[in-house]
Design a protein around this ligand. Structure first.
Ligand code: ZN
Length: 343
């Protein structure tokens, strides 16, 4: 297939289907975080805004190609019992004292991983390693945004345990794509985080607290909207696809009373805070000096022959045969044709 056409199709199809926060929201969140940075940082990040924006979705692409990637995006906190978000060991070495690595990885390592990437970013700043700074900053933005998503904190991640299959992409893709142009994204200046690992856990705590509304309001509205009003059809990538209707999406967002907007705002602010904290912890290196040398060889490629069987957060593995066709199409396209970067 023509490579350009393949890329186009990927963006049409995958926007709401194969990733956390959706590609659209991840890109927007990473991009907006740049504008909260202090003067010493903003020049470097603005000069690389296209890279930070486009590569916001790299970690989701990597899930299918790199062993150990998928579990970095979530934590099934409720797998560990009631109030686990408050009780789980905050730091990775402590967690390993209570659980095996396999157990932890199986149920997701989102907050521990976010802190680990922050430490890596600090090291990259110390070395003034432009490529590493950009790659890790884009990745970190993705991971921070993911742990702000309520459905990334539960084993009922796609409503599959409560008969609400599809709610994952509905909350994090459909609503932002349809409605986030009207959201207020002013979040103020980045602030230093004295304990970034605890901040990552606070994101999980807040996201998990929002989970009841995410599920309950969809259920309540579903009783008011018969199926032919709840869903409509849109063409995506040449495939007639069932989506949540506009009226249902608007009603859900209103009932959530700004929750999705707030979680996007929290993600943006927290990403800026993490970037800023990594830079301060590195001794505030002069980033403007890095702008002199052009960056090359930044494209991340994946081996299309090796596709991992991973947990599909977004419901493409439901019993709907149409989904199966679309899933294999998206996955084959995905690993064969990574999106372009600003190399
Ligand atoms: Zn993700």
């Amino acid at each position: 297939m023509n490579r350009f056409l393949a890329l186009l199709l990927i963006f049409f199809i995958s926007g709401s289907d194969i990733c956390a926060w959706g590609f659209f929201a991840h890109r927007r969140i990473n991009r907006l975080a740049i504008f909260s940075l202090p003067p010493e940082m903003i020049g470097f990040f603005k000069a690389n805004i296209q890279f930070i924006t486009e590569n916001a979705i790299n970690p989701d692409r990597r899930r299918y190609a790199v062993m150990g990637e998928a579990e970095k995006h979530f934590i099934d906190a409720d797998n560990y019992g009631d109030s686990a978000v408050y009780k789980l060991p905050r730091y990775w070495p402590q967690a390993l004292e209570s659980f095996t690595k396999e157990e932890l990885r199986q149920h997701g390592i989102g907050p521990w991983n976010a802190y680990h990437v922050k430490i890596q970013l600090t090291e990259a700043f110390k070395k003034k390693d432009t490529k590493a700074i950009l790659r890790l900053a884009a990745d970190l933005g993705h991971y921070i945004a993911d742990i702000n998503v309520p459905l990334h904190t539960t084993k009922n991640y796609n409503g599959q345990l409560t008969g609400q299959n599809g709610i994952h992409a509905f909350w994090e893709s459909r609503v932002p794509e349809l409605l986030s142009d009207d959201f207020d994204f002013f979040v103020g200046q980045a602030e230093y985080l004295p304990s970034p690992q605890l901040t990552a856990w606070q994101a999980v705590i807040n996201a998990h607290a929002a989970l009841d509304s995410v599920l309950n309001f969809e259920r309540i509205l579903s009783e008011k909207f018969p199926d032919d009003k709840k869903y409509s059809f849109e063409e995506r990538g040449g495939i007639n696809t069932r989506v949540y209707s506009k009226p249902f999406t608007i009603a859900y967002n209103e009932m959530l009373n700004g929750q999705i907007e707030r979680q996007m705002q929290n993600s943006i602010k927290m990403i800026a805070d993490f970037w800023y904290t990594a830079w301060v912890d590195a001794g505030q290196p002069d980033l403007n000096s890095l702008l002199k040398s052009p960056i090359e060889g930044m494209k991340e490629t994946f081996d299309p022959k090796e596709q991992l069987e991973i947990r599909e957060h977004e419901g493409l593995s439901s019993t709907d045969p149409q989904n199966e066709t679309r899933r294999s199409f998206v996955r084959s396209m995905w690993s064969a044709s990574p999106p372009k970067t600003t190399e």
